[in-house]
Write a new protein. Structure first.
Length: 479
């Protein structure tokens, strides 16, 4: 059965003010040519190595035939010298954020400011360092931009689990070296016992701190230096800058969003709103909503195929499974009806559906939507992960992982976990051949080598885990 989805494009107002402006291409290209690894955040903040620059938009943009630097402080410098002030010949300005000896952040004071600085304006949705000092003689560049003070409420708070007594043995100091891929990693964790998001360095058992959230998180996902969060009774997606540890943007929706899927290849996020039978598409470059895809039923257990071409989900109300073909005019296809789906996976042009209550795995041929095979697996299959032609099936009841070859659809390996808990989630560590297996009972988590199909480490952690997002440590702007 084929049905074409109605794609409702958001008709955002075309905002010509600097609040929604993007840095001009000639400026971006100049920065990238000098520093290919420079980061230009969607709100305009520029990071070059460990140096921060604020973009200052001219009152009136000037078209120039040859784009170049007009002046700098100190004089005669290029961007590679990281000057305190840099003015291009189209009057676009970069202001360096200077850190004082006492840790405060400011921009350079000029007794006689450049006219391009005095008449410029900061992006009005820019998230600047807390307590940033702007000299009085150029305060006009702030406009309506809010600069948080040290007295403003911080997201960063003490975790409920900071003082939790160890349930197992202490983590040894060599953990990061025995599992090199865990070095400098941070775990962002939600738990049924708290509404906050808890932050745990990979070599610790307890959270170092937590990020305060107004309601119980439904889902969290990492994209580069941002944490995307949905929460109960909040019709919005909050985007937290991990560098600032502050909400950088709140994307309001007409209904409750739940699950978040991140497509790193196409730099998009898909956000489900089951009660509205909708999936929202978020552009991760601009952090703006681009589409609302109307689907059939209450979309749940959303799964994005590895090539980013299909979204597969189950209707929470009816157990009907559907596929949305993102590269085929958003065509929707009916897969079939399967009871109590706990997880979905896709490999070799086949859909894999696990049933937690029936303890079974169904395999569906995507081309024909016909059932290839259905068989029993270890009790309580709760999550699945595909890695290079192998499907890892996590069993909650027996704390084992079964490995299925997706070419032959035969079980090839059984990995026993040494956690003795109710394992609920298998999470890939991006860019590695490792995954962590976590559970709803505090105590331990397992690190699996997906290539070797074996547990390489079992580590203690003193917090029950509902959702986990893993990322590299991000340099903090507000220290």
């Amino acid at each position: 059965m084929r049905k074409f989805l109605i794609i409702l494009l958001f008709l955002f107002c075309t905002v010509t003010s600097v609040s929604a402006a993007t840095i001009p291409d000639n400026v971006t290209n100049y920065i990238k040519n000098s520093f290919p690894k420079a980061e230009i955040r969607f709100d305009g903040l520029i990071t070059i190595n460990d140096t921060l620059y604020l973009p200052l938009y001219p009152a009136k943009s000037i078209n120039v035939q040859k784009f170049e630097i007009k002046k700098t402080i100190p004089e005669g410098k290029t961007l590679k010298d990281l000057p305190d002030i840099l003015v291009f010949n189209n009057d676009f300005v970069l202001l360096k954020i200077i850190e004082t000896v006492d840790g405060k952040k400011k921009v350079l004071f000029q007794k006689e400011p450049f006219i391009e600085v005095k008449t410029g304006l900061l992006p009005q949705d820019l998230l600047v360092p807390k307590g940033l000092i702007i000299p009085d003689n150029i305060k006009s560049i702030i406009g309506g931009l809010k600069i948080a003070t040290e007295q403003d409420k911080d997201l960063k708070i003490k975790s409920d689990f900071s003082d939790e007594k160890p349930i197992t043995t202490e983590v040894k100091s060599d953990i990061a070296t025995t599992v090199p891929q865990l070095k400098n990693k941070l775990f962002y964790i939600t738990t049924y016992k708290s509404k906050n998001i808890h932050v745990i360095p990979s070599n610790k058992t307890n959270p170092s701190y937590a990020l305060s959230v107004d309601s119980i998180p439904l889902d969290i996902k990492i994209y580069k230096g941002f944490l995307l969060v949905t929460a109960v009774d909040i019709n919005a997606v909050n985007i937290i800058s991990l560098a600032d540890e502050a909400v950088i943007k709140c994307i309001e929706l007409p209904e409750q969003p739940e699950q978040i899927l991140v497509d790193n290849i196409n730099r998009k996020a898909y956000i489900s709103a089951p009660e509205a039978s909708s999936i929202y598409v978020l552009d991760l470059i601009t952090m703006q909503l681009k589409q609302k895809i109307q689907v059939n039923g209450w979309c749940d257990k959303l799964y994005l195929t590895p090539d980013g071409t299909k979204l597969i989900y189950v209707d929470r109300k009816t157990n009907d499974v559907w596929s949305v073909e993102l590269n085929n005019d958003y065509t929707i296809k009916e897969v079939g009806t399967f009871p109590n789906i706990s997880s979905i996976a896709y490999s070799e042009n086949k859909i894999y559906l696990s049933s937690r209550t029936k303890n079974r795995l169904a395999i569906v041929d995507y081309a024909t939507m016909s059932l290839i095979r259905e068989f029993e697996v270890s009790p309580k299959p709760v999550d699945m992960l595909v890695y290079y032609g192998n499907l890892f099936i996590l069993s909650a009841e027996t704390s084992i992982v079964q490995v299925l070859n997706t070419q032959t659809d035969k079980l090839t390996n059984t990995i026993k976990l040494n956690t003795n808990g109710f394992a609920t989630k298998i999470t890939r560590i991006d860019g590695t051949n490792l995954a962590v297996i976590t559970g709803a009972v505090a105590g331990k988590y397992s690190v699996i080598n997906l290539a070797k199909k074996q547990v390489i480490k079992t580590l203690p952690i003193n917090i029950p885990i509902t959702k986990i997002a893993i990322t590299e440590q991000v340099r903090k702007i507000n220290k």
